[in-house]
Design a protein around this ligand. Structure first.
Ligand SMILES: NC(=O)c1ccc[n+]([C@@H]2O[C@H](COP(=O)([O-])OP(=O)(O)OC[C@H]3O[C@@H](n4cnc5c(N)ncnc54)[C@H](OP(=O)(O)O)[C@@H]3O)[C@@H](O)[C@H]2O)c1
Length: 279
């Protein structure tokens, strides 16, 4: 039985309530992935996007942690050409989209040293409807083959786009991974759609895009009352509101503080006070 204070069940997949993100760590990637797993993180987010992620370094860090594969949640992304460095592509840009996706995924399997990955996200929606449908069909083929557990989409800020994907997909998306910030109204409609349909909303830019929340009198007072940091209060509020935050910290103190958010609970009136800041 999974410990539901640390994980949630999404279909048959155990997704940690907090996931370690691996962007921008370059040569230090393996070291930080190992540190995160040794400190107690169970989930890793990466991408087949060498411009921002050293996915082979992620695999090396996982191996160095000596954590059994079945205790881990591994999530990667297929990044369309527009988001790639053309000099460092994990696929042949001239190949059809379905082949690009298959090649990128096979490369991720090699990098992460795992034939099965828990989740695959489309890094951003494709502008052309036909391309978007082809991409999703290629994702479904990987799921049909048992190579991946959950499918999802990232940087999807138009509720209509998410609804269309949901309507058309044979295998429905299980994850939306988005920037969590004021400019999109904190994705209120998208988060409501996710909650109503059993998708998981994963947040990034959670701390860096929200200094006004972290420095608000409400959050500062709660931080003092719970003897936690403002970042811990915000992460905890998100977890209690069905969001899975990503953190890519490169500080041992912040790694430990992030994990500690699984060890306390905000009271209902305090959750309401924080929700008021996002209204
Ligand atoms: N799908 C996408 O397009 C996309 C885009 C961006 C990111 N991501 C994913 O999301 C992950 C997280 O990225 P992010 O943009 O949210 O930023 P982040 O890498 O988690 O860090 C943002 C800032 O917050 C600080 N920080 C982290 N934890 C803290 C804590 N507990 N207390 C105080 N400060 C803390 C970090 O400094 P310290 O290092 O000093 O802690 C850093 O300055 C990435 O690694 C990646 O996996 C996905």
């Amino acid at each position: 039985m999974p410990d539901l204070s640390r994980h949630r069940l999404v279909g048959n997949v155990r997704m940690p309530r907090l996931v370690y993100g691996t962007a921008w760590k370059k040569a230090a990637t393996a070291q930080w992935v190992e540190a995160a797993l040794r400190q107690g993180f169970d989930g890793i987010d990466t991408a087949g996007q060498p411009r921002h992620y050293d996915e082979a370094g992620v695999g090396a860090g996982i191996a160095a942690s000596a954590r059994p594969r079945d205790t881990l949640y591994l999530q990667t992304k297929f990044t369309p050409y527009a988001g790639q460095d053309p000099a460092r592509l994990p696929y042949d840009a001239a190949a059809p989209l379905a082949e690009q996706i298959a090649a990128s995924f096979a490369n991720s399997q090699r990098n992460l040293r795992s034939g099965y990955l828990d989740a695959l996200l489309l890094h951003s929606p494709l502008r052309e409807t036909a391309a978007q449908r082809n991409a999703w069909a290629a994702f479904e083929t990987l799921a049909d083959a048992g190579k991946v557990g959950l499918l999802g989409i990232s940087n999807c800020y138009e509720p209509a786009q998410l609804r269309q994907l949901w309507r058309e997909a044979r295998i429905k998306p299980s994850i939306v991974q988005n920037r969590f910030y004021a400019q999109t109204g904190y994705d209120r409609e998208i988060r409501a759609f996710c909650r109503a349909n059993g998708l998981v909303y994963q947040s990034f830019w959670t701390l860096s895009a929200n200094p006004q929340l972290l420095n608000s009198a409400t959050v500062l007072a709660l931080a003092a009352a719970y003897e936690r940091t403002p970042a811990q209060i915000l992460f905890r509020w998100l977890i209690q509101n069905d969001v899975v935050p990503l953190t890519g910290t490169t500080s041992l103190t912040h790694l430990r503080q992030s994990l500690d958010v699984l060890a306390f609970e905000l009271e209902a009136q305090d959750c309401t006070a924080i929700a008021g800041l996002l209204a």
